[in-house]
Write a protein that binds this ligand. Sequence first.
Ligand SMILES: NC(=O)C1=CN([C@@H]2O[C@H](COP(=O)(O)OP(=O)(O)OC[C@H]3O[C@@H](n4cnc5c(N)ncnc54)[C@H](O)[C@@H]3O)[C@@H](O)[C@H]2O)C=CC1
Ligand SMILES: O=C(O)C(=O)COP(=O)(O)O
Length: 602
Amino acid sequence: MAAASASSTSLFISKPSPSSKLSWKNQLPLPSALAAISLRGCGSNHRHSPRLVVFAMDAKPTVLVAEKLGEAGINLLKDFANVDCSYNLSPEELCTKISLCDALIVRSGTKVTREVFESSDGRLKVVGRAGVGIDNVDLAAATEHGCLVVNAPTANTVAAAEHGIALLTAMARNVAQADASIKAGKWQRNKYVGVSLVGKTLAVMGFGKVGSEVARRAKGLGMHVIAHDPYAAADRARAVGVDLVSFDEAIATADFISLHMPLTPATSKILNDENFAKMKKGVRIVNVARGGVIDEDALVKALDAGIVAQAALDVFTEEPPSKDSKLVQHENVTVTPHLGASTMEAQEGVAIEIAEAVVGALKGELAATAVNAPMVPAEVLTELKPFVVLAEKLGRLAVQLVAGGSGVKNVKVTYASSRAPDDLDTRVLRAMITKGLIEPISDVFVNLVNADFTAKQRGLRITEERILLDGSPENPLEFIQVQIANVESKFASAISESGEIKMEGRVKDGIPHLTKVGSFEVDVSLEGSIILCRQVDQPGLIGKVGSILGEENVNVSFMSVGRVAPRKHAVMAIGVDEQPSKESLKRIGEISAIEEFVYLKL
Ligand SMILES: NC(=O)C1=CN([C@@H]2O[C@H](COP(=O)(O)OP(=O)(O)OC[C@H]3O[C@@H](n4cnc5c(N)ncnc54)[C@H](O)[C@@H]3O)[C@@H](O)[C@H]2O)C=CC1
Ligand SMILES: O=C(O)C(=O)COP(=O)(O)O
């Protein structure tokens, strides 16, 4: 045993099915919860990822498609679900319909507000955003309601980049204005003299998927391209011949600025009075990202003052913008009605991408594009599967040992492994422990998506510690330990020397086992339920307990005694397949050598 390090990560949990038939209503089935753990960049392969749990369904789920979606996507959805295509719903109509839907698919035109999640009354399990930007979905509300949000982040990248370039070139050569003029019967060759792009500096703000494609195309037009993106890797930019620069340098040196960052609190109105004042006089601006990244009133002022010579905008703070919007009507502004993603090819791709993601999430497959859940590769999840079960059961057992009235606030989880911490992703395990801890003491609906929020809301603090063991890293984990601090236990023997309730488990031949209770070593497979007894170690006791259970046909699956020394105190762990009656439990408690006992449901 060499090193231990503490960390805490965010995670999510799910509620188990009450029976083998998992209901669509009121809870996200375990596989759907696991679907929240996703594979970044696995593309369509995620359809073939191993399924974690196969479950039966009573009825087809219902998917509400609230905005126009490509035919191919609709057909994919129809193979699996009842599909309700209802476009142009008012917010009230959406709220009414949503309580009958398991999934909702939108584009940028529908606001998926907190009211939508509240109105769904727990039925809505997945929101699919058929595109990139999820600024129209209240992610916090989705997470709080345990609703997975998935998007389609790749299929419209090229379309958006091409539209950015279309706006850039059209703006530089006054294409839209000249077109309108000629259609109005004029022939104004001198009025519409443009500017050249070659040799000019383009600042790409946001060097992500769209931004980098715009940069590559602009290089092809002979432009000098710089980019600002606080999170982008400089070598990725250099590979396309682009220098990453600071925000101020980008806006101060650019002849053209093209916006490609998401709308977030940090980017909201990032182009404002103060920043327009730093720009080169005569700068030209393209926005195919989100209207909200520009302070539109400030842009009008900058246009009027000649700081900004022209702007080409595909997106607006309010969509559609009002008819008399000064910005839209400005003669130096070219506008399109949020057409960035609107090519035949992109819409076909987006529809398939989102339909696969939504169906996959509803089925319980791994979601490739989960927005509000942790990302864990499928192979990692497959490997961790028995430990996932162990983790949840340890949490369930530990919390049931807490005496009434002691609030559970601090839980420490220890993972002992020969793998380096970087090689062991414990987020799912922590999620499952959290699930186990919260479920038996709560009636709130928790799943992988909202567990973190739920734990936080309940003031439950979970810290993680890794113990690095010597040995072969083939097995991902040796043991998991769950300790609950500052509580009293209804089974005093579960309290370790250091004063916490302690449960430790291992996976043996793929089956989770409880291997330590407090300071007592036991070995019982975690398959039915468990009776823990502390007794004075003596001959014949195991037989006595066994025969009480046998009399009412309760099958003992496992029995193990952990003792400090022969004929001293011992803890007996008995695995039972059926729930013993109260009468049998009472009789066990009455055996004179038994000092305390507890029945724990798994
Ligand atoms: N007009 C349209 O129809 C379409 C618009 N979009 C929008 O384009 C934007 C970019 O999309 P993608 O490239 O696919 O997303 P992406 O996530 O691949 O790229 C966004 C980039 O912005 C960067 N970023 C974040 N905060 C930043 C900041 N403060 N300053 C500079 N960069 C920052 C990120 O690091 C990331 O590299 C999104 O807002 C998206 O909604 C995307 C597709 C179509
Ligand atoms: O994907 C995006 O972020 C877009 O802005 C595209 O929006 P749309 O799906 O065309 O309403």
